[in-house]
Design a protein around this ligand. Sequence first.
Ligand SMILES: [Zn+2]
Ligand SMILES: [Zn+2]
Length: 134
Amino acid sequence: MSTTGGCHCGAIRYEADGGPLNHALCHCTDCRRHAGAPMVGWTMYKAHTVKITKGTPKLYRSSEHGRRQFCGDCGTGLFYENAVMLPGIIDIQSGTYDDPGAVPAQAHIQTAERIAWMDRAHELPVFDRYPPHG
Ligand SMILES: [Zn+2]
Ligand SMILES: [Zn+2]
Protein backbone atom coordinates (compact mmCIF):
# COMPACT_ATOMS: atom_id res chain seq x y z
CA MET A 1 0.00 0.00 0.00
CA SER A 2 1.26 3.43 -0.91
CA THR A 3 -0.28 6.69 0.19
CA THR A 4 -0.06 9.95 -1.70
CA GLY A 5 -1.05 13.43 -0.69
CA GLY A 6 -0.11 17.06 -0.69
CA CYS A 7 -0.98 20.60 0.21
CA HIS A 8 -4.00 22.56 -0.96
CA CYS A 9 -2.27 24.45 -3.79
CA GLY A 10 -0.34 21.41 -5.10
CA ALA A 11 3.16 22.89 -4.66
CA ILE A 12 4.09 20.12 -2.19
CA ARG A 13 3.42 16.44 -2.88
CA TYR A 14 4.49 13.36 -0.95
CA GLU A 15 4.33 9.60 -1.09
CA ALA A 16 4.45 7.10 1.78
CA ASP A 17 5.20 3.40 1.36
CA GLY A 18 3.35 0.90 3.47
CA GLY A 19 0.61 1.69 5.95
CA PRO A 20 1.07 4.06 8.89
CA LEU A 21 2.07 2.78 12.34
CA ASN A 22 -0.97 4.53 13.77
CA HIS A 23 -3.46 7.33 13.21
CA ALA A 24 -4.38 9.65 16.06
CA LEU A 25 -6.40 12.83 16.45
CA CYS A 26 -4.26 15.25 18.40
CA HIS A 27 -5.84 17.86 20.66
CA CYS A 28 -2.66 19.57 21.87
CA THR A 29 -2.33 23.34 21.90
CA ASP A 30 0.63 23.36 19.48
CA CYS A 31 -1.32 21.42 16.83
CA ARG A 32 -4.41 23.57 17.35
CA ARG A 33 -2.51 26.83 16.99
CA HIS A 34 -0.40 25.73 14.05
CA ALA A 35 -3.36 24.30 12.12
CA GLY A 36 -5.92 26.88 13.23
CA ALA A 37 -8.27 23.95 13.84
CA PRO A 38 -9.74 22.31 16.96
CA MET A 39 -7.71 19.13 16.39
CA VAL A 40 -5.34 17.58 13.85
CA GLY A 41 -5.23 14.03 12.49
CA TRP A 42 -1.72 12.52 12.36
CA THR A 43 -0.52 9.29 10.77
CA MET A 44 2.86 8.05 11.94
CA TYR A 45 5.50 6.55 9.60
CA LYS A 46 9.11 5.49 9.73
CA ALA A 47 10.86 8.50 8.23
CA HIS A 48 12.61 6.55 5.46
CA THR A 49 9.28 5.35 4.05
CA VAL A 50 8.08 8.90 3.31
CA LYS A 51 9.43 10.98 0.47
CA ILE A 52 8.55 14.42 -0.78
CA THR A 53 7.97 14.07 -4.50
CA LYS A 54 7.36 17.74 -5.32
CA GLY A 55 8.38 21.06 -3.80
CA THR A 56 10.13 22.01 -0.58
CA PRO A 57 8.07 22.60 2.57
CA LYS A 58 8.93 25.37 5.00
CA LEU A 59 10.18 24.33 8.44
CA TYR A 60 8.77 25.81 11.64
CA ARG A 61 10.22 25.10 15.09
CA SER A 62 7.04 24.78 17.12
CA SER A 63 8.79 23.72 20.34
CA GLU A 64 12.32 23.00 21.54
CA HIS A 65 12.56 19.80 19.49
CA GLY A 66 9.30 19.84 17.51
CA ARG A 67 9.62 20.59 13.79
CA ARG A 68 6.57 21.25 11.65
CA GLN A 69 6.70 21.45 7.87
CA PHE A 70 4.08 23.27 5.86
CA CYS A 71 3.54 24.72 2.40
CA GLY A 72 4.96 28.23 2.25
CA ASP A 73 2.54 29.11 -0.57
CA CYS A 74 -0.84 27.95 0.74
CA GLY A 75 -0.09 27.29 4.42
CA THR A 76 -1.22 23.65 4.61
CA GLY A 77 0.41 21.82 7.53
CA LEU A 78 2.01 18.58 6.36
CA PHE A 79 4.63 16.95 8.59
CA TYR A 80 5.80 16.78 12.19
CA GLU A 81 9.12 15.47 13.46
CA ASN A 82 10.70 15.38 16.89
CA ALA A 83 14.20 13.88 16.84
CA VAL A 84 14.28 13.60 20.64
CA MET A 85 10.84 12.17 21.44
CA LEU A 86 10.25 10.28 18.20
CA PRO A 87 13.59 9.52 16.51
CA GLY A 88 13.31 8.12 12.98
CA ILE A 89 9.61 8.95 12.82
CA ILE A 90 7.65 11.39 10.71
CA ASP A 91 3.99 12.23 11.21
CA ILE A 92 1.82 13.23 8.25
CA GLN A 93 -1.31 15.31 8.68
CA SER A 94 -3.91 12.78 7.55
CA GLY A 95 -6.20 15.49 6.19
CA THR A 96 -3.66 16.02 3.40
CA TYR A 97 -4.03 12.48 2.01
CA ASP A 98 -5.48 12.26 -1.49
CA ASP A 99 -7.88 9.75 0.08
CA PRO A 100 -8.31 10.94 3.69
CA GLY A 101 -10.82 8.16 4.34
CA ALA A 102 -8.31 5.41 3.56
CA VAL A 103 -6.92 5.03 7.08
CA PRO A 104 -9.45 5.43 9.92
CA ALA A 105 -8.35 7.32 13.02
CA GLN A 106 -7.75 5.04 16.01
CA ALA A 107 -7.48 7.31 19.03
CA HIS A 108 -7.75 10.78 20.48
CA ILE A 109 -4.48 11.92 22.05
CA GLN A 110 -3.36 14.87 24.19
CA THR A 111 -6.92 15.30 25.42
CA ALA A 112 -5.54 16.97 28.55
CA GLU A 113 -5.34 20.06 26.30
CA ARG A 114 -8.59 19.44 24.41
CA ILE A 115 -11.06 22.33 24.01
CA ALA A 116 -13.80 21.64 26.58
CA TRP A 117 -16.68 21.66 24.05
CA MET A 118 -14.98 19.00 21.90
CA ASP A 119 -16.09 16.53 24.57
CA ARG A 120 -19.63 16.61 23.19
CA ALA A 121 -18.94 17.53 19.55
CA HIS A 122 -20.45 14.21 18.39
CA GLU A 123 -23.82 15.29 19.85
CA LEU A 124 -24.10 18.45 17.69
CA PRO A 125 -26.86 18.72 15.05
CA VAL A 126 -25.72 17.48 11.63
CA PHE A 127 -26.38 19.06 8.20
CA ASP A 128 -25.41 17.63 4.80
CA ARG A 129 -24.40 21.17 3.80
CA TYR A 130 -25.51 24.19 5.85
CA PRO A 131 -28.36 24.69 8.30
CA PRO A 132 -31.51 26.20 6.72
CA HIS A 133 -31.67 30.00 6.89
CA GLY A 134 -34.29 31.09 9.27
ZN1 LIG B 1 0.58 24.60 -1.06
ZN1 LIG C 1 -0.54 17.82 18.76
